[in-house]
Design a protein around this ligand. Structure first.
Ligand code: KG4
Ligand code: ZN
Length: 336
């Protein structure tokens, strides 16, 4: 069975083809990003992102089919998967309407995929070891920070999430306060390499609360205070702030994930979302994994940020086909 997947929830336009036999095989993934346009405006203006999606979508799908050596899609593709939310509505609509049109003319079923499930399922691509359930899943993206208990492919329990900013959002907002290029996550990571993570004792909100919720807005305020004290921060100070803020975010993410792993006696931990591309976070989780004796799975870096391969993977493992006429780009709740 071959699935063509389309992802257009934000500023990446991506298409992928997977083949599902016993396991999932990634045949292609093409991706084009409008990030340089958003870097100029210091963040994403939704209409700009949607307009770029419109320009890119057909080229990106063509490329994915080409790379997968699909010559006659209506014969060789069995299903079409598409991200239906959460995301920017204008961007989502481009992918959903394109997928619906292809499904209509090729007479194929559509598999609607929640973007956040997509991030989780990036863990099921190119993995050497088999993931055993139950798992604790940490989603850390630009808009979400959530902890879930995954009992099987069809059984998820939401344990907690951020009460204010998401981890990626905290990186992005702190980056903006420090005048670093958008997006903040990779810029902070780079600046932090030369910094001292002990230089500033930033707050780690909710780190000792016994629930699985998070809060990052206090950290952003603490950084704001430092920037107000000195409007001309030197590059060493910026690096120190970045290293200290990055450490504060990582400490909280790790503490809560381990707390959940212990409580639910899980057999694996899965990391997912754009922030999971962060090297320090990856290293720290690997260290904790050895200490705990629980395998930690982290997608390859390119699979952490938005891509259609993860949408194809989610569709393959957990998707349910629906009639294309019933799909709308309405961000749905991902926990029943
Ligand atoms: O998952 P994603 O690509 O898009 C959403 O679904 O939101 O995540 C984007 C987020 C942004 O906030 C970005 O700053 C963050 O992931 N990010 C990182 C890194 N790479 C991307 N944060 C920290 N370190 C990174 N290396
Ligand atoms: Zn995402």
């Amino acid at each position: 069975m071959k699935i063509l997947a389309v992802e257009t929830s934000c500023d990446e336009t991506s298409a992928a083809v997977v083949e599902g036999k016993k396991d999932l095989k990634l045949l292609s993934n093409s991706i084009s990003s409008s990030l340089p346009i958003h870097a100029k405006t210091g963040g994403i203006i939704p209409e700009n992102a949607a307009r770029e999606q419109l320009k890119l979508i057909i080229k990106v799908i063509d490329l994915a089919l080409d790379q997968a050596k699909i010559k006659v899609p209506e014969k060789e593709i069995d299903k079409i998967a598409v991200t239906i939310g959460p995301g920017l509505i204008g961007s989502l609509l481009v992918g959903v309407e394109t997928a619906k049109t292809l499904a209509f003319i090729w007479n194929k079923p559509i598999i609607p995929v929640n973007h956040l499930f997509g991030h989780i399922y990036a863990n099921f691509i190119n993995q050497e070891k088999k993931i055993e359930f139950p798992s604790i899943v940490l989603i850390v993206s630009g808009g979400h920070t959530d902890l879930l208990l995954m009992k099987s492919h069809s059984n998820f329990q939401w344990l907690g999430g951020t009460r204010d900013d998401a981890a990626g959002e905290a990186f992005d907002k702190i980056g903006r306060l420090l005048n670093l290029p958008y997006p903040g996550g990779p810029s902070i990571e780079k600046a932090a390499e030369k910094g001292n993570e002990k230089a500033f004792n930033f707050p780690r909100p909710m780190i000792n609360s016994k629930d699985f919720d998070f809060s990052f807005s206090g950290l952003k305020t603490a950084v704001l205070r430092e920037t107000l004290k000195d409007k001309n921060l030197k590059s060493k100070e910026v690096s120190d702030i970045c290293a200290s803020a990055q450490k504060a975010i990582i400490d909280v993410l790790i503490k809560k994930t381990i707390l959940a792993a212990g409580k639910y006696k899980v057999k694996s931990i899965l990391l997912s979302g754009g922030v999971a591309a962060n090297n320090k976070l990856r290293e720290q989780f690997k260290i904790e994994s050895l200490k705990l004796g629980i395998p930690v799975f982290i997608p390859e870096k390119w699979l952490c940020t938005d891509n259609a391969a993860m949408i194809a993977s989610a569709a393959y493992y957990s998707g349910k086909d629906v009639d294309f006429g019933k799909i709308d780009a309405v961000p749905d709740l991902y926990f029943d």
